[in-house]
Design a protein around this ligand. Sequence first.
Ligand code: NG6
Ligand code: CA
Length: 515
Amino acid sequence: MIFCIREMKHKIKWMVTIVLVLLGTQMVLSQENPNIILIYADDIGYGDIGCYGGEAIPTPNINKLAEEGMRFTAGYATASTCTPSRYSILTGQYPFRNYRAKQEKVLPGNAPLIIDPAQPTLPAMLKGVGYTTGLVGKWHLGLGSPKNPLDWNTFITPGPNEVGFDYSYHMAATNDRVPSVYIENGYIENLDSNDPVQVSYKKPIGNDPTGLSHPELLKTQTNIQHSGTIVNGVGRIGWMSGGKSARWKDENMGDIYLNKVVNFIEKNKKKPFFLFYASHENHVPRIPHPRFKGSTSLGVRGDVVVQLDWNVGQIVKSLKENGLYENTIIVFTSDNGPAVYDGYYDGAYEKNGDHQPTGPYRGGKYSAWEGGCRVPFIVSGPNNIQKGVSDAIISQADLLASFADLTGGKISDDFEIDSQNLINLLTGKSNKGREHVVLQGVGIKSIRKGAWKYIPPGKVRSKGSIDEMIFDYIGNEGALFFLPEDPSETNNLASKYPQKAKELSLLLNAELSEK
Ligand code: NG6
Ligand code: CA
């Protein structure tokens, strides 16, 4: 009997010790895991940012992130348009493996969600290891299910909260598409139930003036695509009716998102958090808050980048005030390359002067040239990231596997994942990046392998001009460039090195045909 009691006490002591050790490990783990803020700018080019050689727009706060962390010179968005790139940065999968993202186009504001709620995502993976996850800003990955037409006036689902976000405050698509309202955790903010929202991308609805019927009401004239419903004096793509009390004012959109970001940081400072801050700057319509107007000689296009840079500074300030800066990883990158004219006659084209938004790279938004996908890519975080510059190849799709490794997160292998674990590159411990990366331009995909870039025969969107799509044509043998000597892809070496062109062409086809 005595022996039994003693043995039981002994067992209990051991069990208590094991439980304490486990709890301890859990606490240490959760304390050690850094917060992660992913700042995903819209249409910001390589050459728009000071630390990438841009001189026309002052970006001191973004430059500071680069000084304090790693600056990647060969960081790529997976596509040169928004929806497919956003799909990849969140799911770690190339967009062409997804039935909607592979259409290369951008989704309308009433499209259904294109991420399968069962598939791995960056927020869901981090949530699995105890992170609180939030989205603030642009979504553009669809809402609702393909089977049921979306009712904007009730709970809007599935959406960000069904693919891993605990909190979401966002616009449905882009700042130039209806519905021009904010959605918070599935509900339109400030919606008056007596004035329901309806949205159409097929035909005008409601009695609101449109850009077509009332161009005199517009702050800025637009192309035909942007001449749908006028909201806040701005012509949009698509038509909406109702929701008058919920409609946004473009002038304070930057401040509204920044407030949500800072609130999220303060509310969640006790536990690791992941925040996807998808800014609308500098997507059209470019409407800065009046305090940023005239900050650059480039007109509104430069001014909204200054606004974004200021927001980045405020986020860093908030992290410092809350004692979180040291243990927070900040990633700054852009969803695709830049466009100077993009549907609004806002003066950006005329005022651009000799500014090169893509830096040395050819093409821009929509393009399979380097300027379409090669974007600013900065990672900082004093406790976790070393200081440096790297020219290794990294794709935005790689964040998923890399952060899974860093945090102990799990990724199910039921889905094909293109994400590569490059955590040592991201943190500056190694300079080994990807061997190759596929780049999805509109209508054509290209591939980079090591120093070489290959574009198959076809037509590639060139740098835009006002209201005219300009294409470059690649002949039958394809186009091959040696990037270290020819970063602007002007000297086609396909006929000089046919074997190399063939190798890259086969590799590209193999990637595209993988299931
Ligand atoms: C294009 C629009 C552009 C923008 C883009 C999506 C024109 C000339 N272009 O069709 O304004 O809305 O779609 O941009 O009208 S993205 O960054 O979300 O991919
Ligand atoms: Ca974009």
